[in-house]
Design a protein around this ligand. Structure first.
Ligand code: ZN
Length: 323
């Protein structure tokens, strides 16, 4: 059933932990302070799974893959097809250079907490045109793909609406109690899923060198951290072999790590954020600085076009993981 048997852990998280932790506040709202950190972590995982599943479908069976995409859309808080036009067909092609919808340097070339935390809005805004374009092309040329897209939107809306209704039905002694239970059960993790994927894209590429062979991405290499986030920290390896299953990334990272700039091999996300965004307030030493050639300095010179590059019609029609 699974293309890689190690994905049993993906399924355990997605089909057991996601709903169980989400429903815990429905049973006992006083659990919220305990479930909140777990919900945020699981939201991050929902983002990672939808990323992985779009690169390398989890199941052998196409219908199962379509079902899993719809299931993940509920917990990711956005239809997961959106990764295809903005990430697979755009970000992986341009890697933070002009044309990438998710460039980290659009309005500021500095890396401060203000830029990093507001990047979500910048990135989401600039991704929207290419998502719309992709939907329009699917509608015109690939009815099957279009049905899946509509199905993901519908699943997300019906499931989250149903979960909100259930919370209100169970907790109606005050008008606000049901919505609060839903928010801490499922709402906040789905919002965090979206925010954190865009945030991690920022910290994985800011001040890296997209023109270089191995210094185009920042890695977070702690073993425990990578176990928890299904090897999402090995970003150089991921960019160099996007179709490689997440279980194979540590092996590829080990092969290339000697060629990666030390600053681009951070032990953990938390340590990196603390240094760059907390200590960095007080001293420039702790902030990141451009490594190698900046994304906005093409070796051949010339003007930069910061519009999101459009998705080719045939790409929208022939996507293997969605077909
Ligand atoms: Zn990717």
């Amino acid at each position: 059933m699974l293309r890689y048997r190690e994905d049993w852990r993906t399924l355990l998280w997605a089909f057991v932990l996601f709903p169980a932790v989400g429903l815990a506040p429905y049973v006992e709202p006083r659990l919220i302070p305990w479930t909140l950190p777990l919900s945020l972590y699981l939201g991050f995982c929902a983002g990672v799974f939808s990323h992985n599943h779009n690169h390398t479908p989890t199941f052998k069976n196409r219908k199962m893959n379509a079902f899993f995409s719809a299931w993940l859309s509920v917990f990711y808080g956005f239809p997961t097809f959106a990764w295809i036009p903005t990430h697979n067909l755009n970000h992986h092609k341009f890697v933070n250079k002009a044309g990438d919808a998710t460039i980290t340097w659009r309005y500021s070339k500095r890396n401060t907490w203000l830029v990093a935390s507001t990047y979500y809005f910048v990135s989401a805004y600039w991704q929207s045109s290419v998502i719309k374009e992709y939907i329009a092309k699917a509608k015109a040329q690939n009815p099957k793909l279009y049905r899946q897209i509509v199905g993901q939107y519908a699943t997300l809306a019906v499931a989250q609406g149903g979960l909100l209704a259930l919370a209100v039905a169970l907790h109606h002694d005050a008008w606000w109690r049901g919505p609060v239970v839903w928010f801490f059960g499922f709402g906040v993790s789905a919002m965090f899923a979206n925010w954190s994927m865009i945030f991690i894209n920022y910290i994985q590429h800011v001040h890296a060198d997209p023109w270089s062979e191995h210094d185009h991405s920042r890695n977070f290499v702690s073993r425990l951290g990578n176990w928890l986030v299904f090897n999402n920290g090995y970003h150089t390896a991921h960019h160099e072999s996007a179709g490689l299953h997440w279980t194979k990334l540590p092996e590829l990272h080990a092969k290339i790590e000697a060629h990666i700039h030390p600053e681009l091999k951070q032990p953990s996300i938390f340590g990196y954020c603390f240094r760059a965004y907390v200590l960095g307030i007080f001293s420039d030493r702790y902030r990141t600085h451009q490594i190698g050639r900046a994304a906005y300095e093409p070796p051949q010179g010339g003007d930069l076009d910061l519009q999101t590059a459009s998705v080719a019609a045939e790409e929208a029609g022939v996507n293997a993981s969605m077909a």
